[in-house]
Design a protein around this ligand. Structure first.
Ligand SMILES: CC(=O)N[C@@H](C)C(=O)N[C@@H](C)C(=O)O
Length: 773
């Protein structure tokens, strides 16, 4: 579908000329070097055998292009402390590959390691318990007990009990039996046998959890006894509740053991949950199964035999997740996305809360919820903008038992915060003099193992400690840790060292009096450029737009953006109003104004860099995915003379089409109508609804578009179904606009499978070179 007018030199098999083919070949060599950079995903600390220092285990991963999979490795290190607080990491000579492993979870003492291998077919799910030198136990849990263990980072919950004999976890409930048909018709009674004389029907369709959760319908709670290998479903939880994030409640002598978990109610249908924190959820407590035979069972306080109900611990708040018990078991802290649930925004500013945990084990559904860190409405300059969920350690506590170390978003940076759960004090402890992004990997006692990176620096490991513990000084000192994971090729190193970045504050234009104070503040954009001009007089500029709209472009390293800046493009990553990290008023201000306020913010940011003499108005391109693709296609329609080229990845081009096909039709209502759209959402939109959706969509401006546009589409995308991008691309083609479309048949919304990601960014590089050089 490439309608470009560039004259073909010599037709080659792919329908491209020799110059373009050479461009593909040369860019692909560099892209491969960027692709092979490994990522540091997780880390754990163990007591050292020698009693001196500690042992660290890092989980790292790297795309394997040929196998089209991510390879996962474990790299170990011994950490020792020298004089003057210096720290030394002695790395194992090589990482070890973890093939076929879905998730690993060390026991609280660090003496055992749970390794889960999820089946790829009908086989059982495999649990292994590793000791220091060997696999000590191996259990195979058949699909009749449960399907795959959730290892998705959201429903996922795997928790060892304190004496390390039981593990609670979340796994897919067995599928309901399907009807059997024979040559004679319907066969009575369910049957598992398969032969030539019968076949299985489909049975009733059951709603799934949407994008990236294909086949995931009912996350349920299980406990495995690692002495016997017996796995039991936890009883008493209603089928309408999907469960996740389980932890063991502190044991109370003479009382039953409880589990605390997050439950999401289904209502009349499931709406997609990926990137959607607006799904109501609560913390529940449930009695753990008893694996003892009745004779061995100790006499318990509440030893009634009838079913004990599941207790909703957070009834008075619309969202509660990430339950974490304080080390002394006296309180339970948790995050809440109540702002998101109450407003309908798919993500918003979080709040942190705690409830006191009853020392007598008598649980109540009316425990007082204390607000620890409230939602920040208007972020004052330079001060804390509120909490934004990034990731949460399973043990985030310092030794005082009340300080949590968490990663959050602060403007365009990812930062590490210490939060005192009793006083509510929040301190930014990652360096404030750096515009890099930081995240915590794990705690080593009261010290922090963290990773930092920037658009021009690959991820580095850092070790942080409190400088003056006695005076309770809040100054943290950070030491850069030399590590094999910091390595990248000499070529990449030299290209990145020729780049620089800054975070710009961009004042808004024509702010109306009706906007809130928080929504009138300057926005931010990250500008990545060459230290020396590569082209005369200007390097071309690619404007990069994140999706959501409630996501954010962070000042962290991105291989694909590192690649684009290394091949001669400056980048402008615009955090338009609606982005996370800037306070709740700015975030909420875009709802109901999509396609106008966000589009204008981007145009203001572009004018800002042009006015500063950092970009040429004739060398602009735009790239965005999802809601960023919505902005991309809006921009080429509303500002048809501005951009020389565009790339849209799974773009939202037509809300009218999307509302009937996406896993999150409620999102369409809230984006188009604002918060009131939350209450008017229906699966039967009216003609009036559809008219408004059409008017707010990029397709409404399609007739004006002239910009050559590359479309990258995932055929398995449940969020922004491929049809929306295809419809828009066909409409451009009909008008004679140069268009290229690549559809990845097995990719979902993120187009992140290694080969697809590689082919996407190679084509983005070649497309922009073709039109911007
Ligand atoms: C809530 C949501 O998924 N919105 C999509 C339209 C979107 O923009 N998604 C973002 C998070 C993405 O980058 O995929």
């Amino acid at each position: 579908m490439d309608g470009s007018k560039a004259g073909p030199l010599k037709e080659l098999p792919l329908g491209i000329d020799a110059t373009t083919e050479e461009e593909y070949a040369s860019q692909s060599r560099l892209l491969q070097e960027f692709t092979s950079i490994s990522s540091i995903d997780k880390a754990w600390i163990f007591k050292s055998d020698s009693g001196i220092g500690s042992q660290a285990m890092f989980s790292i991963s790297q795309p394997n292009l040929l196998a089209n999979k991510r390879k996962k490795f474990i790299l170990s290190s011994h950490i020792s402390r020298g004089s003057n607080n210096s720290v030394n990491f002695q790395w194992a000579p090589f990482p070890v590959e973890m093939t076929g492993v879905s998730v690993i979870v060390p026991s609280p003492s660090g003496a055992k390691l749970l390794v889960v291998r999820n089946p790829e077919n009908e086989s059982p799910c495999q649990f292994e318990i590793w000791g220091r030198a060997q696999v000590e136990k191996e259990f195979h849990i058949p699909q009749s007990v449960h399907g795959s263990v959730y290892a998705d980072g959201w429903f996922q919950g795997i928790s060892w009990n304190s004496d390390e004999t039981l593990i609670a976890y979340v796994a897919e409930e067995p599928s309901p039996s399907k009807p059997t048909f024979t040559g004679q018709g319907y066969k009575k009674g369910s049957s598992t046998e398969k032969d030539f004389g019968n076949w299985k029907g489909q049975g009733d369709w059951k709603e799934e959890w949407g994008e990236t959760y294909a086949g995931k319908r009912q996350p349920a709670l299980f406990v495995i006894n690692i002495n016997s290998g017996e796995a039991q479903a936890v009883k008493g939880i209603e089928k309408s509740l999907s469960v996740g994030q389980v932890v063991w409640a502190p044991p109370v002598r003479g009382s039953h053991q409880y589990l605390v978990f997050v439950g999401w109610s289904e209502g009349t249908r499931k709406l997609g949950i990926k990137y959607c924190f607006n799904r109501p959820c609560a913390l529940y407590a449930v009695r753990a199964p008893n694996f003892e035979s009745e004779a061995d069972e100790p006499e318990l306080k509440d030893n009634s035999t009838e079913d004990v109900p599941v207790i909703n611990l957070t009834q008075s708040i619309s969202s509660a997740f990430y339950p974490r018990f304080s080390p002394d078991g006296k309180f339970l802290s948790f995050l809440s996305a109540r702002s998101s649930v109450d407003s309908g925004a798919h993500s918003a500013t979080d709040s942190l809360h705690r409830i006191d945990w009853p020392i007598d084990g008598l649980l109540s559904s009316s425990a007082k919820i204390v607000d620890v860190v409230p939602v920040v409405m208007c972020a004052e300059d330079g001060s804390f903008p509120g909490l934004y969920w990034s990731s949460f350690l399973s043990n985030p506590w310092l030794s005082d038992g009340c300080t949590m170390i968490i990663t959050s978003i602060w403007g365009s940076c990812q930062v590490i915060l210490s939060v005192n759960v009793l006083s509510g004090e929040v301190i930014r402890i990652s360096p404030t003099d750096s515009n890099s992004s930081w995240s915590v990997l794990t705690l080593d006692g009261n010290n922090i193992v963290a990773v930092s990176s920037s658009p021009v620096d690959v991820p580095h490991i850092n070790y942080g400690y409190l400088v003056d513990k006695e005076s309770k000084s809040t100054a943290w000192s950070w030491q850069n840790v030399p590590s094999p994971t910091n390595e990248c090729s000499e070529k990449v190193k030299s290209l990145l060292s020729s780049l620089q970045f800054s975070i710009m504050k961009i004042p808004l234009r024509d702010v109306s009096d009706s906007v809130t104070k928080g929504a009138a503040k300057p926005i931010e954009a990250i500008f990545v450029s060459s230290k020396t001009k590569r082209n005369d007089p200007f390097d071309p500029l690619i404007v990069i737009l994140h999706g959501g709209p409630h996501a954010v472009s962070l000042s962290s390293f991105s291989k694909s953006l590192g690649f684009l800046s290394s091949i001669g493009f400056n980048l402008l990553l615009v955090n338009y109003r609606g982005s996370l990290g800037f306070g709740e008023e700015a975030l909420q201000s875009v709802l109901g104004k999509v396609g106008s306020q966000d589009v204008n913010d981007v145009l203001v940011a572009i004018d800002h860099v042009i006015d500063l003499g950092l970009a040429s108005p004739s060398k602009l391109a735009v790239l965005g995915g999802s809601h960023g693709g919505f902005l991309t296609t809006h921009l080429i329609g509303q500002a048809p003379d501005k951009f020389v080229a565009a790339v849209a990845r799974n773009p939202v081009c037509n809300l009218t089409l999307m509302v009937g096909t996406t896993d999150i039709p409620d999102w369409v209502y809230v984006e188009a109508y604002g918060s009131e759209g939350k209450n008017s959402f229906t699966d039967a939109p009216s003609a009036e609804n559809l008219t408004l959706f059409q008017s707010k969509s990029p397709i409404a401006h399609v007739s004006k578009v002239k910009t050559p546009t590359l479309f990258l589409l995932g055929a398995q995308d449940l969020r922004v179904p491929v049809s929306t991008g295809l419809q828009y691309a066909r409409a451009l083609k009909e008008k004679g606009v140069p268009v290229k479309v690549i559809v990845f048949p097995n990719d979902t919304h993120a187009i992140e499978r290694p080969q697809s990601d590689f082919e996407s960014f190679l084509n983005i590089g070649v497309w922009f070179k073709k039109y911007l050089s």
